[in-house]
Design a protein around this ligand. Structure first.
Ligand code: BES
Ligand code: MN
Ligand code: ZN
Length: 494
């Protein structure tokens, strides 16, 4: 969880107030600005003397500590590097470093001079505040000894920063952290019912949201044979979670966000090998992305209609589990041969996608899933794989990716790949014929369930946990990937 509970903007000058710890930024080879100079004279030139003494030039990632007086205890001057190379993502990671530094020296309240970190520029205040929150993230829920490192509680922001952007960055940081928490909880705690309760809680507090939870009986009755086939082997009750958000005009068709919520993926009868199987608690990270956006939307209330949808179950072996070779019928009537029970995510998503597409006639659908190990081979954990059927929606995703610095890379969904999943005994099969291009054949499979609705699939198997860079990523566990990207996309739309 995050320990940081507030980022407060103040109109006062930082030279007029007391500070436990004050952070100032300076670009490489630049002089102190007027406020920094008045601070310098306030503390008998300790700042300029320290700069001189250490030969500090504002190089990237260098920092200079100055111990002031009783009212301004510590000043940390942070090198921002070349001003021309400064980006909002640099601001985001600097902010997380700052927060971590405060945590390390056990300071619970600190101050930041926003002006000196270049936060006047559009998007930078938001990014910086996201970074402050994310730098304060640690998952300690199950540690009984207090070895918490995230002690920082509140930040006071000085300078000419817009409160609206500060609040947005704070809310998005919190939403990403919520998504990380969901990912990090183990499968014996975070069940489909747990996810459903969390969605309900958020929806109940928001007058513009309606939540519907469907149980396994209903899933079966509604004709979701593919989802049912995966869920039938699990004792833990499966859920389909739908939240409708009405922030836009009544007549406006919604955008749909669909998440894979496998709270544990053992592989089923096509059992996975033991090493790292514990990581399959993260197989609900697609749904955690959707939940993170849900929380951000409930806070920030964008003027757009959205449907949030999650298919959640465990994938377990057992006497009632589906068998390789089983043939199931999906919600849209297509028949599927289940050749490998470990290719379960696409089966669950198939039904949720088809359901959302038919029930809501969305203008666009995006889905998020830890769908294939193959995407790790293709892209490592630096970027999520994206595929789709609509150039313009894909461009929206790429634009949002550039603005949020959450990297995506497009893979092709040519018709040739669809041939790979043609079934021998049914319409399609749930794995490709040749084990090649595993991420793409999974995408080609999903494509069968969205008709002509503009759709983008994001395979986050490499990015949902594992990345440790940039510094606002956690040292261990879930990243809350794509929450910021999706919110950016929604905002570009409204
Ligand atoms: N959840 C896994 C994908 C996965 C594997 C994510 C490793 C992260 C790390 C998915 O359900 C799965 O098992 N996919 C199979 C598909 C195969 C059977 C065609 C895979 O990638 O091996
Ligand atoms: Mn699997
Ligand atoms: Zn899976």
């Amino acid at each position: 969880m995050v320990n940081l509970t507030a980022i407060n903007k103040t109109k006062r000058k930082y030279t007029d107030t007391d500070h436990e710890l004050l952070f100032l930024g300076i670009f490489q080879d630049k002089k102190l600005n007027p406020s920094q100079r008045s601070l310098d004279s306030l503390i008998d030139n300790a700042l300029s003397e320290a700069i001189e003494c250490d030969g500090f030039t504002g190089k990237k990632d260098k920092q200079l500590n100055i111990y002031g007086n009783n009212s301004i205890k510590r000043i940390v001057l942070i090198g921002l590097g070349d001003q021309k190379k400064y980006t909002s993502d640099r601001a985001r990671s600097l902010a997380s470093n700052i927060c971590r530094y405060a945590n390390n020296i056990n300071v619970s309240e600190f101050s930041v001079d926003g002006d000196s970190f270049g936060l006047q520029k559009n998007g930078y205040t938001q990014a910086f505040c996201e970074g402050l929150v994310l730098g304060s993230y640690e998952f300690n829920d199950y540690k009984t000894e207090d070895d918490k490192n995230n002690k920082a509680e509140s930040v006071t922001m000085y300078g000419n920063v817009e409160k609206k952007n500060l609040d947005k960055g704070f809310a998005l940081g919190q939403a990403v952290s919520f998504s990380r928490d969901l990912g990090n909880h183990p499968a014996n705690i975070l069940t489909p019912s747990y996810l459903a309760r969390e969605a309900q809680k958020i929806a109940e507090e928001s007058p513009k949201m309606d939540c519907h939870i469907f149980d396994l009986k209903e899933i079966k009755k509604m004709g979701m044979g593919a989802f049912y086939g995966v869920a039938q082997g699990a004792k833990e009750p499966a859920k389909m979670i739908i939240v409708e958000y009405n922030g836009g005009r009544k007549s406006q068709k919604p955008i749909a966000l669909v998440g894979k919520g496998l709270t544990f993926d053992s592989g089923g009868i096509s059992l996975k090998p033991s090493p790292k199987m514990d990581e399959m608690k993260f197989d609900m990270c697609g749904s955690a992305t959707v939940m993170g956006v849900l929380q951000a939307v409930s806070e920030l209330k964008p003027k757009i209609n959205i449907v949030f949808a999650i298919g959640s179950t465990e994938n377990m072996p057992g006497s009632n589990a589906q068998r390789p070779g089983d043939i199931v019928t999906a919600y849209n009537g297509k028949t599927i041969e289940v050749l490998n029970t470990d290719a379960e995510g696409r089966l669950v998503l198939a039904d949720v996608l088809a359901y959302v597409n038919k029930e809501y006639e969305p203008v666009a659908i995006m889905d998020f899933a830890t769908l294939t190990g193959a995407v790790l081979i293709a892209l490592g954990n630096r970027a999520s794989g994206v595929m789709g059927n609509d150039v313009s929606l894909m461009n929206e995703v790429k634009k949002a990716s550039e603005l949020s610095f959450e990297k995506v890379w497009e893979l092709p969904l040519w018709e040739e790949y669809t041939r790979e999943i043609k079934g021998k005994y049914a319409d399609i099969q749930n794995i490709g014929q040749a084990r090649l291009a595993g991420t793409i054949t999974a995408g080609a499979f999903l494509k069968e369930f969205v008709d002509d609705t503009p759709w983008v699939h994001m395979d986050i198997a490499g990015t949902a946990w594992g990345p440790k860079e940039p510094s606002y990523q956690p040292k261990v566990g879930a990243t809350g990937v794509a929450v910021r990207l999706v919110y950016q996309l929604l905002e570009n739309r409204k």
